[in-house]
Design a binder for this molecule. Structure first.
Ligand SMILES: C[S@@+](CC[C@H](N)C(=O)[O-])C[C@H]1O[C@@H](n2cnc3c(N)ncnc32)[C@H](O)[C@@H]1O
Length: 237
């Protein structure tokens, strides 16, 4: 059963990523030139994507991966290039359409058997099926810590190997940045980012009955100018 805080935040996120910020995301996730602030965000996001990919095997043939909150599909493309069968889902049908158009340009690179099945909808939906890995790059950063734990609990029974998520680490610098709402310049601000305390999150994962059989393993922060995000690997013990 979905928690009210999750539903409320999901509504705001859907509105933001399907309307307010579509152009900003199209631009940020393209090769087009960006200003100084967004260049730091783009560089940080590129590093984060590479980090998450490095926590998966080089050869992903035969692996099923859920790209949870896929946005414009950059992670899904890289995973499919390595041979993965990817289900890539996002709340925003507009971003998914953009992802499908972009992937059409990469189709030749999936000759190794990789495949992407794009969907729009909720990334927690049971009907998405079973996966070896779930990867949620920056798609849980707008949810409260309790909802992050509930998301992992929802995926856990359907995941055979690992769940890779990112969260916004609770740091003094981030708290100050969020206080003045500067993640994006005024006019296309995102819904609030929820800073999460690393140790409290890890304690909650250990205490969760729904995550018995999993352990948090790798955890690494990427900080690049206006982008700060922390990757966490939760894998089957
Ligand atoms: C910051 S963007 C990151 C997109 C992509 N993972 C990337 O790194 O380029 C967050 C994305 O998560 C999606 N998202 C957030 N909550 C979601 C949910 N409950 N189900 C599906 N997508 C969700 C948003 O629509 C948005 O496109």
């Amino acid at each position: 059963m979905e928690h009210a805080s999750y539903q409320a935040r999901r509504g705001e996120i859907e509105h933001y990523f399907d309307r307010t910020a579509v152009k900003a995301w199209e631009h940020l996730t393209s090769d087009a030139p960006v200003g100084r602030i967004r260049a730091t965000v783009r560089a940080g996001r590129d590093r984060m994507r590479s980090l998450l990919l490095s926590w998966l095997p080089d050869d992903l043939h035969g692996r099923r991966i859920l790209d949870a909150g896929c946005g414009t599909g950059a992670f899904a493309v890289e995973a499919a290039r390595r041979g993965a069968q990817v289900v890539a889902i996002d709340l925003s049908p507009t971003l998914v359409e953009l992802a499908v158009r972009r992937v059409a340009q990469h189709l030749d690179t999936f000759e190794n058997g990789g495949h992407i099945d794009f969907r729009s909808g909720d990334m927690l939906h049971e009907s998405l099926g079973q996966f070896d890995h779930v990867v949620a790059m920056d798609s849980l950063i707008h949810y409260e810590a309790e909802d992050v734990v509930r998301a992992l609990e929802a995926w856990a029974p359907r995941v055979s190997r690992s769940m890779l998520i990112t969260f916004a680490p609770r740091t003094p610098a981030l708290a100050a940045m969020h206080a003045v709402g500067r993640f994006f310049p005024r006019g296309d601000r995102a819904p609030a980012i929820e800073p999460v305390a690393e140790q409290a999150l890890k304690r909650a994962l250990v205490a969760s009955p729904g995550l018995q059989g999993f352990r948090d393993s790798r955890c690494e922060r990427i900080a690049s100018g206006f982008y700060t995000s922390q990757a966490l690997e939760v894998s089957r013990a």
